[in-house]
Design a protein around this ligand. Structure first.
Ligand code: SF4
Length: 372
Protein backbone atom coordinates (compact mmCIF):
# COMPACT_ATOMS: atom_id res chain seq x y z
CA UNK A 1 0.00 0.00 0.00
CA UNK A 2 1.41 3.36 -1.04
CA UNK A 3 1.67 5.93 1.72
CA UNK A 4 3.64 9.05 2.61
CA UNK A 5 6.42 10.02 0.21
CA UNK A 6 5.90 7.02 -2.03
CA UNK A 7 2.26 8.03 -2.52
CA UNK A 8 3.25 11.63 -3.27
CA UNK A 9 5.84 10.46 -5.80
CA UNK A 10 3.32 8.07 -7.39
CA UNK A 11 0.78 10.88 -7.83
CA UNK A 12 3.39 13.26 -9.23
CA UNK A 13 4.70 10.74 -11.76
CA UNK A 14 1.26 9.73 -13.01
CA UNK A 15 -0.01 13.30 -13.34
CA UNK A 16 3.16 14.48 -15.11
CA UNK A 17 2.91 11.59 -17.56
CA UNK A 18 -0.77 12.29 -18.26
CA UNK A 19 -0.20 16.00 -18.78
CA UNK A 20 2.56 15.31 -21.26
CA UNK A 21 1.28 12.26 -23.13
CA UNK A 22 -2.52 12.26 -22.92
CA UNK A 23 -4.31 11.52 -26.16
CA UNK A 24 -5.84 14.46 -27.99
CA UNK A 25 -9.57 13.68 -27.67
CA UNK A 26 -12.40 16.08 -28.51
CA UNK A 27 -14.06 15.82 -25.08
CA UNK A 28 -10.81 16.71 -23.35
CA UNK A 29 -10.95 20.25 -24.75
CA UNK A 30 -13.91 21.23 -22.60
CA UNK A 31 -15.32 21.36 -19.08
CA UNK A 32 -18.90 21.42 -20.39
CA UNK A 33 -20.70 18.72 -18.34
CA UNK A 34 -23.05 17.99 -21.23
CA UNK A 35 -20.15 17.10 -23.56
CA UNK A 36 -18.33 15.12 -20.89
CA UNK A 37 -21.51 13.21 -20.10
CA UNK A 38 -22.10 12.49 -23.80
CA UNK A 39 -18.56 11.15 -24.23
CA UNK A 40 -18.75 9.00 -21.10
CA UNK A 41 -22.02 7.40 -22.22
CA UNK A 42 -20.76 6.79 -25.76
CA UNK A 43 -17.50 5.29 -24.47
CA UNK A 44 -19.31 2.60 -22.46
CA UNK A 45 -18.45 -0.72 -24.15
CA UNK A 46 -17.21 1.16 -27.23
CA UNK A 47 -13.73 1.96 -28.51
CA UNK A 48 -12.50 5.55 -28.57
CA UNK A 49 -11.81 5.52 -32.32
CA UNK A 50 -15.38 4.37 -33.02
CA UNK A 51 -16.87 6.98 -30.69
CA UNK A 52 -15.18 10.13 -32.09
CA UNK A 53 -17.20 10.54 -35.34
CA UNK A 54 -20.47 9.74 -33.50
CA UNK A 55 -19.65 12.18 -30.74
CA UNK A 56 -18.95 14.95 -33.25
CA UNK A 57 -22.10 14.33 -35.32
CA UNK A 58 -24.29 14.00 -32.24
CA UNK A 59 -22.93 17.14 -30.67
CA UNK A 60 -23.33 19.13 -33.90
CA UNK A 61 -27.02 18.17 -34.10
CA UNK A 62 -27.72 18.34 -30.34
CA UNK A 63 -25.35 21.00 -28.99
CA UNK A 64 -27.01 21.26 -25.58
CA UNK A 65 -29.38 19.60 -23.15
CA UNK A 66 -32.40 21.59 -24.40
CA UNK A 67 -31.97 20.55 -28.03
CA UNK A 68 -31.54 16.92 -27.05
CA UNK A 69 -34.57 17.01 -24.75
CA UNK A 70 -36.78 18.48 -27.49
CA UNK A 71 -35.65 16.18 -30.33
CA UNK A 72 -37.81 13.31 -31.63
CA UNK A 73 -36.55 9.97 -30.23
CA UNK A 74 -36.35 8.59 -33.77
CA UNK A 75 -33.77 11.23 -34.68
CA UNK A 76 -31.69 10.56 -31.55
CA UNK A 77 -31.65 6.86 -32.38
CA UNK A 78 -30.75 7.56 -35.99
CA UNK A 79 -27.67 9.52 -34.95
CA UNK A 80 -26.79 6.72 -32.53
CA UNK A 81 -27.33 4.11 -35.19
CA UNK A 82 -24.26 1.85 -35.44
CA UNK A 83 -22.93 2.50 -31.93
CA UNK A 84 -25.07 -0.26 -30.42
CA UNK A 85 -26.58 -0.60 -26.92
CA UNK A 86 -29.43 1.73 -27.82
CA UNK A 87 -30.76 1.98 -24.28
CA UNK A 88 -27.84 4.38 -23.76
CA UNK A 89 -29.32 6.80 -26.30
CA UNK A 90 -32.81 6.52 -24.83
CA UNK A 91 -31.54 7.11 -21.32
CA UNK A 92 -29.49 10.05 -22.53
CA UNK A 93 -32.59 11.74 -23.85
CA UNK A 94 -34.61 10.77 -20.78
CA UNK A 95 -31.95 12.35 -18.57
CA UNK A 96 -31.87 15.49 -20.77
CA UNK A 97 -35.63 15.82 -20.21
CA UNK A 98 -35.10 15.29 -16.48
CA UNK A 99 -32.50 18.09 -16.43
CA UNK A 100 -35.00 20.39 -18.15
CA UNK A 101 -37.91 19.50 -15.87
CA UNK A 102 -36.13 19.03 -12.52
CA UNK A 103 -33.07 21.28 -12.80
CA UNK A 104 -34.37 24.16 -14.98
CA UNK A 105 -32.22 22.97 -17.87
CA UNK A 106 -28.96 23.42 -15.92
CA UNK A 107 -26.73 20.37 -15.56
CA UNK A 108 -26.56 19.47 -11.83
CA UNK A 109 -23.16 20.10 -10.29
CA UNK A 110 -23.09 17.66 -7.38
CA UNK A 111 -22.33 13.96 -7.79
CA UNK A 112 -25.36 12.92 -5.74
CA UNK A 113 -27.70 14.91 -8.00
CA UNK A 114 -25.99 13.69 -11.17
CA UNK A 115 -26.52 10.15 -9.92
CA UNK A 116 -30.28 10.72 -9.93
CA UNK A 117 -30.29 11.10 -13.74
CA UNK A 118 -31.47 8.27 -15.94
CA UNK A 119 -28.71 5.93 -17.17
CA UNK A 120 -26.03 7.38 -14.87
CA UNK A 121 -24.34 5.05 -12.39
CA UNK A 122 -21.54 5.50 -9.85
CA UNK A 123 -18.71 5.59 -12.36
CA UNK A 124 -20.30 8.10 -14.76
CA UNK A 125 -21.49 10.37 -11.93
CA UNK A 126 -17.96 10.49 -10.49
CA UNK A 127 -16.42 11.08 -13.91
CA UNK A 128 -18.72 14.03 -14.70
CA UNK A 129 -18.55 15.53 -11.20
CA UNK A 130 -14.75 15.37 -11.06
CA UNK A 131 -13.92 16.30 -14.67
CA UNK A 132 -16.50 19.05 -15.16
CA UNK A 133 -16.80 20.42 -11.62
CA UNK A 134 -13.62 19.30 -9.84
CA UNK A 135 -15.48 17.29 -7.18
CA UNK A 136 -13.14 15.10 -5.15
CA UNK A 137 -14.51 11.69 -6.07
CA UNK A 138 -12.52 8.82 -7.56
CA UNK A 139 -13.77 6.87 -10.56
CA UNK A 140 -13.82 3.10 -10.55
CA UNK A 141 -14.49 1.04 -13.64
CA UNK A 142 -12.96 -2.02 -15.31
CA UNK A 143 -9.90 -0.08 -16.47
CA UNK A 144 -9.20 1.44 -13.07
CA UNK A 145 -9.73 -1.80 -11.16
CA UNK A 146 -7.25 -3.52 -13.47
CA UNK A 147 -4.64 -0.85 -12.76
CA UNK A 148 -5.30 -0.96 -9.01
CA UNK A 149 -5.19 -4.74 -8.85
CA UNK A 150 -1.77 -4.70 -10.56
CA UNK A 151 -0.40 -1.83 -8.52
CA UNK A 152 -1.35 -3.59 -5.28
CA UNK A 153 -0.94 -7.19 -6.55
CA UNK A 154 -4.55 -7.85 -5.52
CA UNK A 155 -5.77 -11.33 -6.29
CA UNK A 156 -9.25 -12.79 -6.50
CA UNK A 157 -12.46 -11.81 -8.26
CA UNK A 158 -12.64 -8.03 -8.25
CA UNK A 159 -16.37 -8.08 -9.03
CA UNK A 160 -17.15 -9.48 -5.59
CA UNK A 161 -18.98 -6.75 -3.67
CA UNK A 162 -16.52 -6.80 -0.76
CA UNK A 163 -13.46 -6.48 -3.00
CA UNK A 164 -15.11 -3.84 -5.17
CA UNK A 165 -15.84 -1.73 -2.07
CA UNK A 166 -12.22 -2.13 -0.94
CA UNK A 167 -11.03 -1.04 -4.39
CA UNK A 168 -13.27 2.03 -4.26
CA UNK A 169 -11.73 2.91 -0.89
CA UNK A 170 -8.27 2.47 -2.35
CA UNK A 171 -9.17 4.61 -5.38
CA UNK A 172 -10.50 7.34 -3.02
CA UNK A 173 -7.31 7.17 -0.97
CA UNK A 174 -5.03 7.45 -4.00
CA UNK A 175 -7.02 10.34 -5.56
CA UNK A 176 -5.00 13.53 -5.85
CA UNK A 177 -7.37 15.90 -4.10
CA UNK A 178 -5.76 18.95 -5.69
CA UNK A 179 -6.47 17.72 -9.23
CA UNK A 180 -9.38 15.26 -9.20
CA UNK A 181 -10.19 15.93 -12.86
CA UNK A 182 -6.69 15.22 -14.20
CA UNK A 183 -6.18 12.44 -11.68
CA UNK A 184 -9.21 10.44 -12.74
CA UNK A 185 -8.41 10.92 -16.40
CA UNK A 186 -4.78 9.97 -15.78
CA UNK A 187 -5.57 6.66 -14.13
CA UNK A 188 -8.10 5.82 -16.83
CA UNK A 189 -5.59 6.82 -19.52
CA UNK A 190 -2.99 4.54 -17.96
CA UNK A 191 -5.44 1.63 -18.07
CA UNK A 192 -6.48 2.40 -21.64
CA UNK A 193 -3.02 2.90 -23.16
CA UNK A 194 -0.25 1.17 -21.14
CA UNK A 195 -1.76 -1.01 -18.43
CA UNK A 196 -3.90 -2.82 -20.97
CA UNK A 197 -5.61 -6.19 -20.33
CA UNK A 198 -3.02 -8.07 -22.36
CA UNK A 199 0.70 -7.31 -22.45
CA UNK A 200 0.93 -4.23 -20.18
CA UNK A 201 3.78 -1.96 -21.26
CA UNK A 202 5.55 -1.88 -17.91
CA UNK A 203 8.89 -0.78 -19.36
CA UNK A 204 7.52 2.63 -20.29
CA UNK A 205 5.01 2.91 -17.44
CA UNK A 206 5.41 6.12 -15.41
CA UNK A 207 4.59 4.33 -12.13
CA UNK A 208 6.48 1.11 -12.70
CA UNK A 209 8.64 1.63 -9.60
CA UNK A 210 5.48 1.68 -7.45
CA UNK A 211 3.87 -1.42 -8.97
CA UNK A 212 3.76 -4.46 -6.70
CA UNK A 213 2.31 -6.69 -9.43
CA UNK A 214 5.28 -5.85 -11.64
CA UNK A 215 7.72 -6.42 -8.77
CA UNK A 216 6.26 -9.87 -8.11
CA UNK A 217 6.22 -10.68 -11.84
CA UNK A 218 2.46 -11.35 -11.85
CA UNK A 219 1.16 -8.12 -13.43
CA UNK A 220 0.06 -9.76 -16.65
CA UNK A 221 -2.01 -12.40 -14.85
CA UNK A 222 -3.99 -9.77 -12.95
CA UNK A 223 -6.82 -9.20 -12.45
CA UNK A 224 -7.69 -12.85 -11.95
CA UNK A 225 -10.69 -13.56 -14.12
CA UNK A 226 -13.72 -15.61 -13.30
CA UNK A 227 -15.02 -18.10 -15.80
CA UNK A 228 -17.06 -16.24 -18.35
CA UNK A 229 -20.73 -17.01 -18.79
CA UNK A 230 -21.15 -19.22 -21.83
CA UNK A 231 -22.40 -17.67 -25.02
CA UNK A 232 -25.80 -18.50 -26.41
CA UNK A 233 -25.85 -19.02 -30.16
CA UNK A 234 -28.71 -17.29 -31.91
CA UNK A 235 -29.49 -18.03 -35.55
CA UNK A 236 -31.56 -15.51 -37.47
CA UNK A 237 -32.89 -15.33 -40.99
CA UNK A 238 -33.38 -11.89 -42.55
CA UNK A 239 -35.20 -11.19 -45.80
CA UNK A 240 -33.98 -8.34 -47.99
CA UNK A 241 -36.70 -7.86 -50.57
CA UNK A 242 -35.73 -5.65 -53.51
CA UNK A 243 -38.03 -4.36 -56.25
CA UNK A 244 -36.84 -3.25 -59.74
CA UNK A 245 -36.40 0.32 -58.47
CA UNK A 246 -33.91 -0.89 -55.85
CA UNK A 247 -36.33 -0.31 -52.97
CA UNK A 248 -36.60 -2.61 -49.99
CA UNK A 249 -39.06 -3.25 -47.18
CA UNK A 250 -38.15 -2.17 -43.67
CA UNK A 251 -40.33 -3.09 -40.71
CA UNK A 252 -41.04 -0.51 -37.99
CA UNK A 253 -39.63 -0.60 -34.47
CA UNK A 254 -41.53 -3.15 -32.38
CA UNK A 255 -42.82 -0.36 -30.14
CA UNK A 256 -44.84 1.06 -33.02
CA UNK A 257 -48.03 -0.92 -33.48
CA UNK A 258 -46.82 -3.78 -35.53
CA UNK A 259 -49.14 -6.37 -37.00
CA UNK A 260 -46.38 -8.99 -37.15
CA UNK A 261 -45.50 -11.07 -34.15
CA UNK A 262 -41.86 -10.57 -33.27
CA UNK A 263 -39.88 -13.72 -32.42
CA UNK A 264 -38.27 -14.00 -28.98
CA UNK A 265 -34.72 -12.83 -29.63
CA UNK A 266 -35.49 -10.08 -32.05
CA UNK A 267 -36.87 -7.27 -29.85
CA UNK A 268 -33.64 -7.09 -27.87
CA UNK A 269 -31.56 -7.15 -31.02
CA UNK A 270 -33.50 -4.52 -32.93
CA UNK A 271 -34.45 -2.64 -29.73
CA UNK A 272 -37.03 -0.22 -31.06
CA UNK A 273 -35.27 0.18 -34.37
CA UNK A 274 -36.20 -0.35 -37.99
CA UNK A 275 -35.30 -3.79 -39.32
CA UNK A 276 -35.64 -6.24 -42.20
CA UNK A 277 -38.25 -9.00 -41.82
CA UNK A 278 -36.40 -11.31 -39.45
CA UNK A 279 -37.09 -14.70 -37.86
CA UNK A 280 -35.13 -16.74 -35.35
CA UNK A 281 -34.65 -20.43 -35.93
CA UNK A 282 -33.04 -23.52 -34.45
CA UNK A 283 -33.60 -25.58 -37.53
CA UNK A 284 -33.79 -25.34 -41.29
CA UNK A 285 -32.97 -21.90 -42.71
CA UNK A 286 -35.20 -22.28 -45.76
CA UNK A 287 -38.17 -23.16 -43.55
CA UNK A 288 -37.55 -20.07 -41.43
CA UNK A 289 -37.16 -17.86 -44.51
CA UNK A 290 -40.34 -19.28 -45.96
CA UNK A 291 -42.30 -18.73 -42.72
CA UNK A 292 -41.05 -15.17 -42.49
CA UNK A 293 -41.99 -14.57 -46.14
CA UNK A 294 -45.50 -15.97 -45.61
CA UNK A 295 -46.14 -13.58 -42.75
CA UNK A 296 -45.65 -10.54 -44.95
CA UNK A 297 -47.08 -12.06 -48.12
CA UNK A 298 -50.41 -13.43 -46.91
CA UNK A 299 -49.29 -17.04 -46.90
CA UNK A 300 -47.84 -17.09 -50.43
CA UNK A 301 -45.07 -19.57 -51.29
CA UNK A 302 -41.46 -18.49 -51.03
CA UNK A 303 -40.13 -17.51 -54.52
CA UNK A 304 -37.80 -19.80 -56.39
CA UNK A 305 -35.38 -17.01 -57.28
CA UNK A 306 -33.30 -15.64 -54.44
CA UNK A 307 -29.66 -15.28 -53.42
CA UNK A 308 -28.03 -16.21 -50.14
CA UNK A 309 -26.00 -13.39 -48.63
CA UNK A 310 -22.70 -13.77 -46.84
CA UNK A 311 -23.37 -14.45 -43.15
CA UNK A 312 -23.34 -11.59 -40.67
CA UNK A 313 -21.94 -12.32 -37.24
CA UNK A 314 -22.54 -10.10 -34.27
CA UNK A 315 -22.02 -10.46 -30.54
CA UNK A 316 -24.45 -8.81 -28.14
CA UNK A 317 -23.81 -9.31 -24.41
CA UNK A 318 -24.05 -13.10 -23.99
CA UNK A 319 -25.47 -13.80 -27.44
CA UNK A 320 -23.51 -14.80 -30.51
CA UNK A 321 -25.76 -13.94 -33.38
CA UNK A 322 -25.42 -15.25 -36.91
CA UNK A 323 -27.73 -13.75 -39.48
CA UNK A 324 -28.38 -15.61 -42.70
CA UNK A 325 -29.61 -13.08 -45.25
CA UNK A 326 -31.78 -13.89 -48.23
CA UNK A 327 -31.85 -11.38 -51.08
CA UNK A 328 -35.21 -11.78 -52.77
CA UNK A 329 -36.02 -9.87 -55.99
CA UNK A 330 -39.73 -9.01 -56.19
CA UNK A 331 -41.83 -7.15 -58.75
CA UNK A 332 -43.75 -5.39 -56.03
CA UNK A 333 -43.00 -5.02 -52.32
CA UNK A 334 -45.76 -6.39 -50.06
CA UNK A 335 -47.89 -3.89 -48.18
CA UNK A 336 -47.32 -4.22 -44.45
CA UNK A 337 -48.93 -1.90 -41.94
CA UNK A 338 -46.36 0.51 -40.46
CA UNK A 339 -43.59 -0.70 -42.82
CA UNK A 340 -41.68 1.53 -45.22
CA UNK A 341 -40.44 1.05 -48.73
CA UNK A 342 -37.18 2.85 -49.23
CA UNK A 343 -34.08 2.74 -51.39
CA UNK A 344 -31.80 -0.03 -50.12
CA UNK A 345 -28.91 2.46 -50.10
CA UNK A 346 -30.86 4.65 -47.72
CA UNK A 347 -31.58 2.06 -45.06
CA UNK A 348 -28.97 3.64 -42.81
CA UNK A 349 -30.83 6.98 -42.97
CA UNK A 350 -33.32 5.32 -40.64
CA UNK A 351 -32.64 4.41 -37.00
CA UNK A 352 -31.28 0.90 -37.56
CA UNK A 353 -29.03 -1.43 -35.59
CA UNK A 354 -25.52 -2.38 -36.64
CA UNK A 355 -26.90 -5.73 -37.56
CA UNK A 356 -29.37 -4.26 -40.07
CA UNK A 357 -26.65 -1.99 -41.40
CA UNK A 358 -24.38 -4.98 -42.06
CA UNK A 359 -27.17 -6.95 -43.77
CA UNK A 360 -27.93 -3.96 -46.03
CA UNK A 361 -24.21 -3.75 -46.91
CA UNK A 362 -24.09 -7.43 -47.83
CA UNK A 363 -27.20 -7.06 -49.99
CA UNK A 364 -25.82 -4.00 -51.80
CA UNK A 365 -22.54 -5.84 -52.35
CA UNK A 366 -24.39 -8.80 -53.87
CA UNK A 367 -26.48 -6.54 -56.14
CA UNK A 368 -23.41 -4.64 -57.33
CA UNK A 369 -21.54 -7.88 -58.04
CA UNK A 370 -24.49 -9.08 -60.12
CA UNK A 371 -24.56 -5.90 -62.20
CA UNK A 372 -20.83 -6.07 -63.07
FE1 SF4 B 1 0.41 -1.61 -15.19
FE2 SF4 B 1 2.90 -2.47 -15.66
FE3 SF4 B 1 2.45 0.05 -14.94
FE4 SF4 B 1 2.13 -1.92 -13.18
S1 SF4 B 1 4.03 -1.32 -14.19
S2 SF4 B 1 0.76 -0.20 -13.51
S3 SF4 B 1 1.32 -3.54 -14.51
S4 SF4 B 1 1.77 -0.95 -16.86
Amino acid sequence: MLTGRALASFRKSLLAWFRQFQRDLPWRKTKDPYRIWLSEIMLQQTRVAAVIPYYERFFERFPDVQTLANAPEEEVLRLWSGLGYYSRARNLQKAARQIVSEFDGVFPKKREKILSLSGIGDYTASAIASIAFGEKCAVLDGNVTRVLSRLGAIRGDLREAKRWRALQEEADRLLDRNSPSDWNQAIMELGATLCTPRAPQCLICPVEQHCEGRRQGIAESLPETQKKQGFVDVKLVALVLVNPKGETLLLPPPSIKNPLSIPDHIPTLVANLWHFPTASTNGNLMDAASESWKKINRGKKFPKTFARLQKVRHAVTFRKVTVHGFLVPVNRLPRVRGAENLDLRQVTHRAVSNLTRKIADRALGALNAKQQ
